[in-house]
Ligand binder design. Structure first.
Ligand SMILES: Cc1ncc(COP(=O)(O)O)c(C=O)c1O
Length: 456
């Protein structure tokens, strides 16, 4: 029989609900706290920045939430996304492991981010909002939200981390095509940006700083809301369409993963691919390993501390329970800009604390090597973020070879790297280096949280 390479679903087979893992978690995520009173915040505290429907999803414990018809219609422009068996990569690695990847680079913006950008824009539109602010790291999220907001006639202002603004000019072009305004962050548009620039006029920026700027802009205007591309519960929820599709696709060919892998910025693509499988671990006693992969230069999951911290740098957000390196931590300027975030989502953090998922860190050079090996074998040039998941998949496939075991590995190829070619050029000219963060650096930032009296 000829080998089947792509496992596809028809539009009719696309899932019509998102899966909410909170319903099945043995320990629910701790509540966000008001930074002044240290008491749990209520839904009304989030109202200045989020529409009510997203606030409801943020605190929901229902296992499934319907995907609105309008959102399903837009999803169908690129969904269901293909699941692909990486036969060529398996051959190059000479591994007994079966490697599958779910390819999210087929979306208009080229990553998984439109899966949440579209419903976020939709719910804002339904509640009469006509302007949104946001942050973006590498520009994937900003471009996804630019695409989504203009579908609903919503204006968008994007604060783009300065180092990425300079490294990835074509992401800016995409945002402009879809009608958004883009500012390099830190900027002089906000008090938060000015405060950072006063301390360091050459600040490369960070996701934490850009979030502060975008929230400040939103709270200044009662008709403007803010939108976040990762971390929050409702964002992770929207991404579960990825794993639900993958499960159906594997079911079609009678397979099931032993290991599920996703790269990790704030947790959304990792959650998207893994939570529908983690559901089977939690409810049916399956033993699939779920591995979140972060950069060695921003190791919040592997070397950070589980405690309350701000989601942004200046302290505009509530205190969130998370694995964190401290909100003042400015990660080295690696090319996987979407992974340069000091913290992690509350749900994923609780799951890691409870030993229900694993985390690993890989260096930038190993990731680029993995990305290039993948591009040569499978043809697709991956986003620098996604290469972290590829590197871990290669590690697992080689381990399976050493042990002589046939493992089934599934990873999420969260985006393509067509706008990141400059980073690959730098790799070839030897300009890419590995960065290590010292224990002292991490301890210093975490001590600041102690001094601020943030609960552990
Ligand atoms: C292609 C890609 N993958 C992964 C990420 C990491 O974010 P998250 O952890 O929310 O999936 C990003 C963030 O910008 C991204 O652009």
């Amino acid at each position: 029989m000829k080998k089947e390479r792509k496992i596809l679903l028809s539009e009719k087979e696309m899932p019509t609900q998102w899966y909410n893992i909170v319903a099945d978690m043995p320990n629910k995520p701790l509540p966000p706290l008001n930074p002044a009173t240290k008491q749990p915040i209520g839904p009304e505290d989030l109202e200045p920045i989020l529409p009510m429907e997203l606030i409801k999803q943020e605190v929901s414990t229902e296992p499934y939430i319907d995907i609105p018809d309008e959102v399903q219609d837009i999803y169908k422009i690129w969904r269901p996304s293909p699941l692909i068996r990486a036969y060529h990569l398996e051959k190059v690695l000479d591994t007994p492991a079966k490697i599958y990847y779910k390819y999210e680079g087929v979306s208009p913006a080229g990553s998984h981010k439109p899966n949440t950008a579209v419903p976020q824009a939709y719910y804002n539109y339904k509640e009469g909002i006509r302007k949104i602010t946001t942050e973006t790291g590498a520009g994937q999220w900003g471009s996804a939200l630019s695409y989504a907001t203009q579908l609903f006639g919503i204006e968008l202002e994007v604060f783009m981390v300065k180092v990425s603004y300079e490294q990835k000019p074509y992401r800016k072009s995409m945002m402009h095509i879809w009608g958004a305004e883009v500012y390099p962050s830190p900027s002089d548009k906000t008090e938060a940006g000015k405060q950072i620039l006063a301390k360091d006029p050459n600040s490369p920026g960070s996701l934490g700083i850009a979030i502060s700027e975008a929230i400040e802009m939103a709270v200044k205007d009662p008709k403007t809301k803010y939108s976040l591309g990762s971390v929050l519960n409702h964002v992770l929820l929207h991404q579960t369409i990825i794993g639900q599709e993958a499960k159906k696709q594997l079911e079609k060919i009678g397979d099931y993963p032993d290991i599920v892998i996703g790269c990790f910025g704030g947790g959304s693509n990792f959650a998207g691919i893994s939570f529908p499988f983690l559901q089977d671990n939690l409810t049916q006693g399956k033993k699939t390993r779920m591995i979140a992969v972060e950069p060695e230069s921003c190791p919040k999951l592997t070397r950070g501390q589980f405690r309350y911290d701000f989601g942004d740098t200046i302290g505009m957000t509530p205190l969130l329970p998370m694995y964190t390196l401290g909100h003042n931590f400015i990660p080295p300027t690696i090319h996987a800009g979407g992974l340069r975030y000091h913290g992690a989502g509350s749900i994923v953090s609780q799951l890691l604390k409870d030993g229900l998922i694993e985390a690993n860190a890989v260096h930038q050079i190993e990731s680029f090597e993995a990305g290039i090996m993948f591009a040569k074998a499978e043809g697709i040039i991956p986003a620098p973020e996604s290469t972290h998941a590829i590197a871990q998949s290669i590690r697992e496939a080689l381990k399976a070879k050493q042990e002589g075991i046939e493992k089934t590995i599934l990873f999420n190829l969260s985006g393509h790297g067509h706008i990141d070619l400059g980073a690959y050029d730098k790799y070839f000219s030897g300009e890419i280096k590995d960065y290590s963060v010292t224990d002292q650096d991490i301890a210093k930032n975490l001590e600041e949280l102690d001094q601020m009296g943030f609960p552990i």
